[in-house]
Design a protein around this ligand. Structure first.
Ligand SMILES: C[S@@+](CC[C@H](N)C(=O)[O-])C[C@H]1O[C@@H](n2cnc3c(N)ncnc32)[C@H](O)[C@@H]1O
Length: 276
């Protein structure tokens, strides 16, 4: 077990993430990222910072039952949530999923043992991104591919900007609101390319990608906030304050009919190769 489970280290955050953020936000982006790298049937894929498994599940479907998918993360609760989702809903044609609890800077796999490494929305939480890219390079076979995605710096980032705006009015000292304003959860195309080049990758490409996402209801979008690192701050409020918080946030996120508003989101996708 890793000592520091990080910002996603609480079971309630993991469950809310899997229930209210993954299906509407992370799954659509994960499918796009898997398509960007195009793993082949039968290949071995490593999903670093797998969280509750958005990329893991899409990759397992892409490489099929002859393939192998390893989901690694620093947070045991995120991996436990992923494991229970796989146990409850596994498809015969998908690759089996293995779980690896470890840091992205110290991946517990041999050198040159995987064909494709994914890291979706993980890099911003890792201070030394070049060290992480070097570790991706180490575990990839010659000819292997890395594909990463992060939110694009300088672009509107809903629902998180909306959450942060609301939080600032209620809890101005919130760590979450500060992280949203200082851009630490986003990167530029150059920063992504530099990290991959610094890790040793060749044929590096880095580009902006856009996708529109929407929750079925504004209430579900509001509940997604409890699946962010801000979740414990909401959970620390008493139950009446939590209900008021959720109801006011729901109102803020709804259109004039009370429905959730679609959000155009922008990510940076980066890809690199290990020379064959
Ligand atoms: C925003 S979530 C992304 C999860 C998943 N990739 C997805 O697309 O839904 C960020 C994840 O990065 C993990 N993480 C943060 N720092 C990490 C590190 N140093 N090593 C491994 N995982 C880390 C967190 O535990 C969390 O599960």
């Amino acid at each position: 077990m890793v000592d520091d489970q990080g910002l996603f280290g609480q079971a309630a955050v993991a469950e809310n993430y899997r229930r209210y953020l993954q299906p509407y936000l992370f799954d659509p982006w994960a499918k796009r990222l898997v398509n960007f790298a195009q793993p082949l049937a039968g290949q071995t894929v490593l999903d670093v910072a797998a969280g509750t498994g958005a990329v893991t599940r899409a990759a397992a479907s892409a490489v099929g039952s002859a393939g192998r998918v390893i989901a690694s993360d620093i947070s045991r609760p995120m991996l436990s949530s992923l494991e229970s989702a796989v146990a409850a809903d596994s498809h015969a044609h998908d690759a089996p999923v293995e779980i690896l609890e470890c840091s992205a800077t110290d991946i517990e796999l041999p050198d040159a043992s995987v064909d494709v490494v994914f890291c979706h929305q993980g890099l911003p939480f890792m201070p030394d991104r070049v060290a992480v890219a070097r570790e991706f390079y180490r575990v990839l076979r010659p000819g292997g591919t890395v594909a990463v995605a992060v939110w694009a710096l300088g672009e509107r980032l809903d629902p998180f900007d909306g959450y942060a705006k609301f939080v600032r009015t209620r809890l101005p000292d919130s760590r979450f609101a500060r992280a949203m304003s200082d851009g630490s959860l986003s990167m530029t195309t150059d920063a992504v390319a530099d990290a991959l080049l610094g890790g040793g990758f060749v044929d590096v490409v880095s580009s902006l990608e856009r996708l529109t996402v929407q929750w079925p209801t504004a209430d579900e979008e509001a509940r997604g906030m409890a699946g962010t690192p801000f979740g414990p701050e909401i959970a620390s409020l008493d139950s009446a304050a939590q209900a008021a918080f959720l109801s006011e946030l729901t109102t803020m996120l709804a259109d004039e009919n009370g429905d959730a508003v679609p959000h155009v989101m922008t990510s940076v996708f980066g890809r690199g190769m290990v020379p064959a």
